[in-house]
Design a binder for this molecule. Structure first.
Ligand code: NG1
Ligand code: MG
Length: 541
């Protein structure tokens, strides 16, 4: 296990092999040169820097980061590049922004002016591609103003973007874009020492401005990953990460990513999917808190006011329960079977998932009224503080029990997965048997995402079934779900068998957006991946 990451700085380099694995450099350097030349063609001058931030695949720990439980993603080599040049402003009191994309036809060029002290406007309704840049720009300017004092004036910026993370593909294209944009603005506007943790926090906040009440996993993986190591991310008591290497096994194990081509565009489906799950997990936490606390103990009042869903989280509630259990005779009496269960973190989480939740949240769904009555607040309080605040969701009923069961069981699986990585194969156990135990955890995660969290689709289930039949040891959706990508733990000797099975059974004769998939798109739909490096600044001059 690597050492915890202190206030490390985003690396500044002029070497592509600091960023990519050797066999990726050829295709990437062609792309970088194309971006550099197109920048000169469109803006008539050369970029001073290229900021880069990758997408990520989540190995295990799905939909638990906003409940403050640790997760295990890894950066992939697909990334967003942001080439930038800053110049003195021409007109006093404001600065100019012009932004283009290497895929000009898909993402049209925009240019506009901003007043020096403007709080960059983002219209969530337009879903403009530049909204992600605006989100990054807003966050970066806020930090720059804090650091430089109020007299500081931003310089005008020319930006050209190019991303290779498939949009709405469950590989965090949004976090890669927001993070790369924030990094480019910070560095381009004069912050020559960018701390990884500071950039990560900024990117997490910025991304919420686009209308998704997201957790912090993607931005953490995008910024803080290092080559050849997965990233163990903890959110409580504060954001911290550890680099995790995989044990060498025989046969060697690889991770494969398979796209479903089902667009999971969270900006559009948020109120019915992602943002609704955040509300359900938050309400489940409140209901648990109310019933796990002694009757006479009041809920935190007023109910938490700040934006993030992290103020009342399932992670915080379970921590509070176990602390109370050991310090409060009254709680121990009410939950006698908890005392002997909750010795280690895994036992505590399994106890919640398998026993406590069914007792405390027995109903399949809860109406707003039932929740309000249990909490001793009005339905309007719930609307104001959680259901309609900032990320409004239209739901009137909430599936609290199953969401909570998923979260606690998934959090336990992350700890189990980490334990396995740390201990390696048991005495007398073959590497393959050991790998099968890792794979089982991934399969259990997929089942819980499907049955308890309801964020899978039949396409994702189909891909996982065919991959397992063809030799994958563990297959699951990765990212928010509802489409997007899947991740598979596969012995190297089975990679072709899995790829062929998916091409034969899933991608064969497939149409996306009215067009048949080309052989190249099918070939790129299933990739072998490995842990890539995080954000970096490429200094061109
Ligand atoms: P995606 O949609 O794959 O980028 C989202 C959230 C994460 C996490 C996962 C589910 C955003 C930006 N990210 O990831 O915080 O909650 O879903 O584990 O919404
Ligand atoms: Mg995303």
């Amino acid at each position: 296990m690597g050492e915890p990451v202190e206030a490390e700085l985003v690396p500044i380099t002029a070497e592509l092999n600091d960023i990519y694995h050797d066999d990726e450099i050829r295709e990437e350097s062609d792309r970088w040169i194309r971006l550099y030349n197109e920048f000169i063609k469109v803006f008539g001058s050369t970029p001073q820097l290229i900021a880069r931030s990758p997408g990520r695949v989540n190995i295990i720990g799905e939909h638990i980061d906003y409940s403050l439980f640790p997760v295990l993603p890894m950066a992939i080599h697909a990334d967003t590049l942001v080439a930038m040049e800053t110049k003195e402003t021409e007109t006093e009191g404001c600065f100019k922004v012009q932004i283009a994309n290497l895929d000009g036809q898909q993402f049209p060029k925009e240019s506009w002016e901003e007043a020096n002290d403007s709080d960059i406007a983002i219209d969530e309704k337009t879903h403009a591609w530049t909204n992600y840049f605006r989100a990054g720009l807003r966050g970066a300017l806020k930090l720059l103003r804090e650091k430089n004092g109020s007299g500081w004036q931003p310089r005008s910026m020319s930006i050209m973007v190019h991303g290779t993370v498939p949009p709405a593909g469950g590989l965090s294209s949004s976090a890669a874009l927001v993070t790369a944009c924030s990094l480019a603005v910070l560095y381009g506007q004069g912050m020559k020492r960018v701390e990884k943790l500071e950039l990560t926090r900024l990117a997490i906040e910025s991304e919420r401005a686009v209308g998704v009440n997201s957790g912090g996993m993607d931005q953490s993986a995008s910024v803080m990953s290092v080559k050849d190591a997965a990233l163990y991310v903890q959110f409580a008591p504060s954001l911290s990460v550890r680099h995790v290497e995989f044990p060498k096994t025989n046969p060697p194990l690889v991770f494969m990513i398979a796209q479903s081509f089902v667009k999971a565009d969270k900006k559009v489906s948020g109120p019915f999917h992602y943002n609704l799950r955040v509300v359900e997990c938050t309400l489940a936490a409140l209901m648990l808190l109310r019933q796990l606390l002694p009757k006479d103990e009041k809920l935190p009042n007023p109910l938490p006011q700040d934006d993030s869903p992290l103020n009342i989280s399932l992670g915080a509630v379970s921590d509070l329960f176990w602390t109370n259990l050991y310090s409060d005779e009254h709680t121990r009496k009410r939950y006698p079977d908890a005392a002997e269960a909750g010795v280690g973190m895994i036992q505590r989480l399994d106890f919640f998932a398998n026993e406590l939740i069914d007792k405390v949240l027995p109903s399949e769904t809860y109406s707003k009224k039932a929740i309000a009555d249990t909490l001793g607040v009005t339905e309007d309080d719930l609307d104001q503080n959680f259901i309609k605040k900032r990320f409004p969701v239209p739901a009137e009923r909430f599936r609290l029990r199953d969401r909570a069961k998923h979260v606690f069981s998934e959090a336990a699986r992350v700890y189990k997965f980490m334990d396995l990585l740390e201990t390696g194969p048991k005495a007398g156990e073959s590497d393959l048997q050991f790998a099968e135990r890792l794979g089982d955890l991934l399969n259990q995660s997929q089942q819980s995402c499907r049955d308890n969290f309801d964020c899978s689709t039949q396409d994702l289930d189909l891909i996982c079934m065919h991959a397992r039949d063809a030799g994958s040891l563990g297959s699951r959706l990765t990212g928010a779900g509802w489409g997007g990508a899947t991740v598979h733990l596969v012995p190297a000797s089975k990679v072709n068998s899995v790829r062929n099975a998916l091409q034969r059974n899933y991608y064969h004769d497939m149409w996306v957006d009215g067009k048949r998939l080309t052989p190249e798109e099918i070939a790129n739909a299933v990739i072998v991946t490995r842990p890539g490096s995080g954000s970096a600044i490429f200094h061109t001059s």
